[in-house]
Each structure stands twice: as C-alpha cells, then as structure tokens.
Design a protein around this ligand. Structure first.
Ligand code: FHN
Length: 430
C-alpha cells in the first residue's frame, strides 16, 4: 500500500461518523459582531489595529448562552458544530496563554470556546473548532500594520520572512493548546491558504504530525494545503499528509459531488451562510427560506456531501431570530424525514426531473420538489420497489406500473398515486 493509499484509507475510517451525520452548524462569532458589518470589516474598511481596539474594550456578550445555541442546533437536526476559536482578526475566543488578545481579557472574562464545547457535548453533538491561519493582529504575520488585506502582503512576507517563523511558533502553539486543553475535538477547520501562504509556508507537515499525535481521530478540512477548492491533493490518489480529510466548497454545492482520481467519493462538506454574511451583519436580512435550506441539504446528501450551515451570533451572544426560526422549521422537517438524510448518500439512479434521490443502500428516498401533473416515475425501479410510503407519516403510497416495461424498453416506470403527496417535503411557497 502506498503512502497515499494509506492516507486515503485512514481518511475513510476517520470520516465515517462525519459522512453519517451529514448536517452541522457553523458559528462565526467575535469582535466583528460589534460593528455588525461582517467578519471582514477590519480588512474591507482598512481599519488599523488601533481603529479596531475599541471593539476589544467593548466586547461584553452578556446574553451568551451556549446551551441555548446547542439546543437550537440539536432541534434543527444538526449533529455537529464548528465555532470560530480565532478568525482572521486574531481575536481568540479561548484562554490562550500565548496572547493577551483573548476573550478572557475582555469584559466577557470567560473562555467562550470551553463553554461552547461543554454545552454542545452535553447535547450529544460532536464538536469542532475553526482556526484562522491568517492573523491580522499578530505583529509577525505579514499582514501586520496598515496593509491588512492578506491577499496583498506576499511582498512584505518575502521582505521579512524571518519574523514569520515567530508567527508560526505562535500558530502551532495555539493549535497545540486547543488540542491539549479542551478535551476530545472531532473537527479542526483551518482557514485559509492562498498563493505561497500555503503548505510548508505554514510548516504543515510538522503541524499535522503534532495534531495526529495529540488527537489522531480528529478530522481536518483541506484548507491547510491550499489551491483548487481551497485544497488540491485531497482529490488525487496520492494526497499529501496535510491534504485534509474533507474538501470544503464554500457557498456552492459541487454540480456532481466530488470524486477522487481513483473514482471514489472524496468526503466533502459545503459551508453555506443563512443570509449573505458569515459574521453578524445587522443590515443583511436576505435569509434563505427553510425550504431552500432543506433542498440544499438534500442536494448535498444526494451527492455524498455534508452541509455546514452558518449562524452569526450578535455582539450580545444571541443567534439572530431569523436564523433560529429557519432552523426550527428545518428541524421540524428533519424530525419527520431524517431517515432520508442521516446515513444516506447518493443513489446510483440519475437525478429525476422532479427532485432528488437519496439512498442508504437499502432504502431509496424520493425527494419530490416539483409538483407533478402526471405520475411520479421512478425510472428503472419497478422491479425493485417492494412498497412505497410517505416518510413523514408512514402512509402507504400506491405503487403500480401503469405501463409494461417493454413499451419503454429497459426503462420501467413506477408511479406514485395520490398526487397530494407530490408536494413533499416542502413547497418553496414561503
Ligand atoms: O475569509 C473567510 C471567511 O471570513 C469565512 O470564514 C469563510 C467560511 O468558510 N472562509 C473564508 C473565506 O473563504
């Protein structure tokens, strides 16, 4: 077995629970919730460290209740959650011994990560942490100073690479803190590599070696490596040791899912916002409907993928009402239809016009999105469908084969009677 094949085998074993659980909560939270213009406000508005400092002084999330967050995630049918331990602004939500730029030194005076982990574990969810490789606050990161847009600092990095190794010591040290002081973590979500700021610029081999020695089971996204879809060799049959365990398409669902050079599915998770911002943005009211979220979840699963759906809590630590309402409706649907999501993946059948299939290998689930004027036909299934029921209430669906297969040659047709069931799971009429 080659090294690459061994890495693929280990990745497959590590991600088994992940591909079963399918649906997680992403949480972007930090100082940027105060300006409430999204998590890139420091960069987009070219705020200096001094401009941004008042938010550090003001940060006081008096209503932070991670148990409420965890209950909302669980009720929504989410099985895991990933919180930003540090985003690009460098502010640490955890009590790092390597910096003073942390939540425990604000009015919050709390280790927000520790409380998040405890609350979500208590609700039975698996837990992960997002950690930004980019750091606009650390003086040894190339972005330090006025020029803080990471895409524009490679020149500065080339000029003064020596200091950068001090940043790497800091970054590796913080990852070590997170994997040492906070119990069993299920996911480490690095973000993001770009250009030369990737791979061994981060000392990725050393970092992964340390991580695997501390928490060998932990699964890692593909953004430590960088390049295509935020990380490239995960798609090859000889991935690097830092290729990651899952691909991380962002704000898109891959048209045909993701397969590797060997033709086998590559674990992947689409991360998607509920409105148009990851961090809290007070003016952004463009939320997706519950039906859209459900259909995106079904689409991910129908392509062997996961959905990591984002919420951006406000400066007081409260998840926006709109987000909670959407999650509650999604949860109602999943409570009745979760069997068609958890432990499911793609069917070998082609996508039907009226919706999508998911399958758990023994049962086929027909997600009928479009009301049909005629019979819902499940091509090539007549000989295999023993019975059909509406997943939501178990009611029988009359399955018959109105035409003999020979009329349509090899295609056999099965139609679902009782058209009222066609509008299932949810019409997009919100
Ligand atoms: O720059 C970040 C962004 O703020 C957000 O965290 C997303 C989430 O995947 N990742 C980066 C953009 O690709």
């Amino acid at each position: 077995m080659s090294t690459g094949q061994r890495l693929i085998k280990e990745r497959t074993e590590r991600t088994e629970w992940f591909l079963n659980d399918r649906f997680g909560m992403f949480i972007h939270w930090g100082l940027y919730a105060i300006p409430a213009r999204g998590e890139w406000v420091r960069s987009f508005e070219q705020l200096t460290v001094e401009d941004y400092q008042p938010y550090f002084e003001q940060f006081d999330p008096v209503d932070y209740d991670p148990r409420a967050w965890a209950k909302a995630a669980k009720q929504a049918g989410m099985k895991y959650a990933v919180l930003t331990a540090k985003h690009h602004d460098g502010f640490c939500l955890f009590d790092s011994k390597l910096t003073d730029y942390k939540a425990t030194n604000t009015k919050a005076g709390r280790d927000l990560v520790a409380e998040f982990l405890e609350a979500f574990r208590a609700e039975g969810l698996k837990v992960g942490l997002y950690y930004s490789l980019i750091d606009w606050h650390h003086e040894d990161y190339p972005a330090y100073g006025d020029q803080i847009h990471p895409m524009k600092n490679n020149e500065q990095f080339k000029r003064d690479p020596a200091n950068f190794h001090r940043y790497l010591t800091y970054m590796h040290g913080q990852v070590r803190e997170l994997l040492t002081n906070y119990g069993k973590l299920d996911i480490m979500w690095f973000d993001f590599s770009y250009g030369e700021m990737s791979q061994e610029t981060w000392k990725a081999t050393e970092l992964i070696g340390m991580m695997r020695s501390l928490q060998p089971h932990i699964i890692i996204d593909n953004r430590l490596e960088g390049s295509g879809e935020h990380g490239g060799s995960i798609y090859s049959d000889e991935p690097t040791v830092y290729a990651g365990d899952f691909a991380s398409p962002e704000q898109i669902i891959p048209p045909r899912g993701i397969t590797g050079a060997d033709g086998n599915p590559v674990p992947w998770e689409a991360c998607i916002t509920l409105n148009n911002n990851w961090g809290y943005a007070a003016a952004d009211r463009q939320y997706k409907s519950p039906a859209t979220v459900i259909r995106k979840l079904v689409e991910c699963v129908s392509k062997n993928g996961n959905l990591l759906l984002n919420v951006g809590p406000d400066a007081k630590g409260v998840i926006p009402r709109e987000s909670l309402d959407i999650l509650a409706e999604v949860g109602d649907w999943i409570a009745r239809n979760g069997d068609s999501i958890y432990g499911c993946g793609a069917s070998e059948l082609p996508k039907p016009d009226w919706g999508r299939y998911t399958s758990n290998g023994g049962k086929l689930y027909a997600h009928v999105f479009e009301e049909s004027i005629g019979p819902i036909v499940l091509a090539g299934l007549a000989s295999r469908v023993k019975s059909a029921h509406l997943l939501a209430d178990g009611s029988e669906l009359i399955v018959n084969t109105p035409w003999s297969a020979k009329e349509f040659k090899e295609d056999a047709f099965v139609n679902f009677a009782r058209p009222e069931h066609y509008t299932y799971p949810l019409p997009d009429k919100r």
